[in-house]
Design a protein around this ligand. Structure first.
Ligand code: UGA
Length: 364
């Protein structure tokens, strides 16, 4: 197939680009950044446009028209940005993405739209007047694509602008499906993790996700900060598992993914953020420790201290993956310890390589 991969240079997009090329597809890739796909830029089946989709200089319509399938991964997806630049988050994640969807509608092309597990918001157990017999029962935080209700915070907690923008985009795709027979598939990732997830703090301006904060603290001996005590929980999914499921959606056997939404995640890998910090510190001490750097202490900070005003959080989110299991025969394979160790190994390797080369450059 000829696949238009928008956001091909990001974390998920770069892993996907490699997989699509390895499977023999022709890929037209668009992204601001090339760093994560640098090793395949010369591939004969890849054309890469380094482009900000908000700026002139590219022809969305022509690229969509020439493709068999469009995949859209373009989004700001780091909570720090929802707090810092909520309007841009809305512009990019809704307004710009809508243009892509509408180009697909115009040209009758199938679209695979990456959305987010954040559309589900918080678990029912957090509702003030919730009458739940056992608030710890995972049933209250297990989200299903076609039946779960969404619980978001007030407008003053602008973290939710991201969730809302993504939700509205999903609803528009659904409406195009109903009214015009538009063929889309929506993917809701649940905390994918793996090599290239984010940058380390010293490398770039910006706010990465929690793994990078913790990794950076481990490498530099600074504090691992638990926002609001780290009681919130996430289910982490290894990127290879996630790409395997995504690729089955690309293949779309018998059209089973047409006009469907899929959760992709690993329900068995639930950890609290505190447990994740402790596990990463334990793995680091065991496998990667530089004796010259002390192990970090784990401290608690408030959401406002860490992110600023308007922060709110998902307390717990577990994917119901029965749809992907049933329709695609997919099963996640990686457990949380192996996921963290493998991802940490990548970052430790990169960090030591960069440190060594800057020492050599400094000496020269
Ligand atoms: C983010 C995005 O909003 C989602 O769209 C995306 O699907 C998801 O990442 C993902 O990776 O799939 P979130 O899980 O809240 O959601 O992102 P993180 O920034 O990784 O935060 C996870 C938790 O760790 C949050 O509760 C946060 O408050 C906490 N945290 C973060 C810390 O305790 N310490 C830190 O140093 C950083």
């Amino acid at each position: 197939m000829k696949i238009l991969n928008l956001g091909a240079g990001g974390f998920i997009g770069s892993h996907l680009t490699h997989r699509l090329l390895n499977e023999g597809h022709t890929v037209t890739a668009v992204d601001l950044e090339t760093e994560k796909v640098i090793d395949c830029l010369e591939h004969p089946n890849l054309v890469f446009f380094q482009q900000d989709i908000r700026k002139p200089g590219w022809d969305l319509d022509a690229l969509v028209r020439e493709s068999d399938l469009v995949m859209d991964l373009i989004a700001y997806a780091n909570p720090g940005l929802y707090l810092r630049i909520p309007l841009e988050v809305f512009q990019l994640n809704f307004v710009e993405n809508l243009k892509i969807a509408e180009a697909c509608v115009r040209h009758g092309k199938r679209l695979i739209q990456f959305s987010t597990c954040e559309v589900y918001g918080r678990s029912a157990a957090t509702l003030k007047n919730a009458h739940v017999a056992d608030p710890e029962d995972p049933i209250h935080a297990t989200f299903s694509e076609d039946t779960s209700e969404y619980i978001l915070g007030p407008v003053s907690k602008h973290r939710w602008i991201y969730s809302c923008a993504k939700q509205l985009l999903e609803r528009v795709l659904h409406a195009y499906g109903i009214e015009q027979g538009f063929n889309y598939t929506i993917i809701r990732p649940f905390n994918f993790i793996g090599p290239k997830i984010d940058f380390l703090l010293h490398e770039k301006e910006g706010i990465p996700r929690v793994f990078s904060f913790f990794m950076d603290a481990l490498l530099n001996g600074t504090q691992m900060k638990l926002v609001n005590g780290g009681v919130q929980r996430r289910c982490y999914s290894y990127i290879d598992d996630a790409i395997e499921c995504t690729y089955r959606i690309v293949e779309n056997p018998g059209g089973v993914c047409n006009q469907q939404i899929f959760n992709i995640g690993s329900p068995a890998n639930e950890v609290s953020i505190r447990q994740m910090a402790e596990l990463m510190r334990e793995i680091y001490a065991e496998k990667f420790r530089d004796p010259a750097v002390r192990l970090p202490e784990i401290v608690s900070v408030t959401g406002e201290e860490f992110y600023g005003q308007g922060y709110d959080d998902s307390d717990r989110r577990i994917p119901d993956i029965s749809k992907a299991q049933k329709l695609l025969g997919w099963e996640p394979r990686w457990g949380i310890r192996d996921i963290l160790e493998t991802t940490m190994r990548y970052y430790v390797g990169e960090y030591r390589k960069n440190t060594a080369s800057s020492v050599v450059a400094g000496n020269g």
